[in-house]
Design a protein around this ligand. Structure first.
Ligand SMILES: [Zn+2]
Length: 64
């Protein structure tokens, strides 16, 4: 009997790739990077603000 491993924790990693759009074989970032941490660290989108999960930077979104 082969052991079947079901990993539910992989879901979180998958979300990172939602932030990229693949176009012509290139990954284009869709979100904004953290101005403190630099490229590679996306700001997490919230209802009315964006935050960085690494350094805690946050920015209020302007509603137009
Ligand atoms: Zn940051």
């Amino acid at each position: 009997m082969a052991k079947k491993q079901i990993s539910k924790s992989k879901h979180k990693n998958m979300q990172r790739w939602k932030k990229y759009k693949v176009e012509g074989g290139k990954a284009i970032p869709l979100g904004r990077f953290c101005p403190r941490c630099g490229p590679g660290y996306f700001l997490a989108e919230h209802k009315n603000r964006v935050t960085c999960g690494k350094c805690g930077y946050s920015e209020i979104k302007r509603s137009e």
